[in-house]
Design a protein around this ligand. Sequence first.
Ligand SMILES: *[C@@H]1O[C@H](CO)[C@@H](O)[C@H](O)[C@H]1NC(C)=O
Ligand SMILES: *[C@@H]1O[C@H](CO)[C@@H](O)[C@H](O)[C@H]1NC(C)=O
Ligand SMILES: *[C@@H]1O[C@H](CO)[C@@H](O)[C@H](O)[C@H]1NC(C)=O
Ligand SMILES: *[C@@H]1O[C@H](CO)[C@@H](O)[C@H](O)[C@H]1NC(C)=O
Ligand SMILES: *[C@@H]1O[C@H](CO)[C@@H](O)[C@H](O)[C@H]1NC(C)=O
Length: 559
Amino acid sequence: MNNILILFITLLFSSLGFSGFLEYDQDVLLSPDWTHAGRVDPSEQLELTFALKQQNIDLLEETLRRVSDPDSPQYGKHLNLQEVASLVRPSELTQKVVHGWLQAHGVSNCRTVSTQDFLQCTMTAEVAETLLPGSRFHRYVRDGQSIVRSSGPYSVHDEVHHHLDFVGGLHRVPPRQKHVSLNQPPSKAGVHLGVTPAILRARYNLTAADVGTSQNNSQAVAQFLEQYYHPADLAEFMAIFGRTFQHRSEVDRVVGTQGGGKAGLEASLDVEYIMSTGANISTWVFTNPGRHESQEPFLQWMVLLSNMSDLPWVHTISYGDDEDSLSTAYMMRINTEFMKAGVRGISLLFASGDSGAGCRHLGKDENTFRPSFPASSPYVTTVGGTTFKNPFKVTYEVTHYISGGGFSNVFKMPDYQASAVQGYLKSVKATLPPQSYFNTSGRAYPDIAALSDNYWVVSNRVPIPWVSGTSASTPVVGGMLALINGQRLSKGLPALGFLNPRLYKLKGPGLFDVTEGCHEGCLDEQVQGNGFCAAPSWDPVTGWGTPNYPALLSALLSD
Ligand SMILES: *[C@@H]1O[C@H](CO)[C@@H](O)[C@H](O)[C@H]1NC(C)=O
Ligand SMILES: *[C@@H]1O[C@H](CO)[C@@H](O)[C@H](O)[C@H]1NC(C)=O
Ligand SMILES: *[C@@H]1O[C@H](CO)[C@@H](O)[C@H](O)[C@H]1NC(C)=O
Ligand SMILES: *[C@@H]1O[C@H](CO)[C@@H](O)[C@H](O)[C@H]1NC(C)=O
Ligand SMILES: *[C@@H]1O[C@H](CO)[C@@H](O)[C@H](O)[C@H]1NC(C)=O
């Protein structure tokens, strides 16, 4: 009786006041495709990531606005990593409290980053479970991949609650790869074109002279799934498809661990195409499948960016997850990490996703569109997808129905896009989906687009046709921005950095406006499978349109 009473009181106290959730809205249920493989032994080592509360986030946001707005006198005055660190570094008190809390639990094996706002610590499962009340670590497997996550929501003691944003390594799981797919060949007879570097370079008006010339310029792709590019695939791809332009056939630097085994279609695609538009530019590959079972691969990459002072200017990333599956605290903090990259002059390009507006079932006959993160972050440039009007010719482009796009439910609409989005909402008013499907106060995306259909990719030494997805359009745009950076750097101008404020001020020149076609949405009576439709000027399907390289270069080469 006494014991039960004590247990009851302990539970009561630990739930009322002594500890609280950092991520109260985090989805903790794993999708059923993960198979439970048992409780983790108390003595097993885990690695957790502690995101410490930063300082001066408002100032960081204001600085990003100033260095990215072409009309600001501060435009292009980017910060280096040390300057970012002096701005956002957690207060002495925060550092002292968090370190003291970890030490009191016997956690001493921690690594920090240059900005001191992340700590990565290893500890046993037993220690982790006392440190984070509510956590219970289990192992789960899917497709031969194994992860360790907590079955219950974690909390932290009140003393540290105000000093942390979130703890990584407990809940988020690698999303299923969904930004690339293999199409069925069209049934219509005829010689289908298929997208190759030569087709892209023709469509976007890249001449033989439009290749990288500056020594110091660089670009990167980042991979977070069980995805490896194979140097032999890249060499073969360039031997087959690279005959008409100067290019490199090797990656300069691989950051992270390249696994053995088979190459991934996604990884092959990213590297082969960023090096085709961003031809002859030094290219890096960040590869992080999550070396430890308790790591979150995307978070690992973010942590790494805060610990490297020399980084490529352009990064293209094909990772994305449903906004509604992630906690607000996590998304807000990752958004701050994007600001940290932006003030350094780094351009982050994310694929907009391959499910159009997406669809989330709320109840019987009740659906709403489903935005995806990081595509919905106001501080990245999000890339949608198009297809040729006539798949047998290099014609103008129309919407690719898969192209991700819509309105965030988490991030407010940033000022830089307000008038473009209002313009769209007004001009297509009569044909918009019902208001209950999307949130007009949110950040609208994508910002820009490129072809995303029927690519040729060499993977595991085999040329494969019909590869599709916004994973293809993202490195294609990234390579072109890297070329423009090269031209800017050789004129002594700063890199483009966070592009959106400048892109939305261009209002079109430099881009082929995409005005035809709708992307997919909910399959229900109200919207009948449609999401939004493209329209003149900006739209939430293809953004401002696709790059006309020479025109975009001249628009972005001043100042
Ligand atoms: C950050 O870099 C420093 C210096 O290279 C290293 O000692 C530290 O372990 C790194 N931090 C993390 C989290 O990897
Ligand atoms: C670029 O390509 C388009 C069509 O693909 C063409 O109409 C245009 O004249 C080309 N040149 C320039 C400099 O825009
Ligand atoms: C390719 O880039 C290198 C510098 O990295 C440069 O020396 C060379 O001239 C470039 N090639 C062409 C064709 O511009
Ligand atoms: C290239 O980078 C090196 C070292 O980072 C620097 O010393 C050199 O001046 C740079 N060159 C140009 C052309 O910017
Ligand atoms: C709509 O978006 C705003 C952010 O712009 C958010 O605060 C609000 O909760 C969202 N509404 C819904 C119903 O999700």
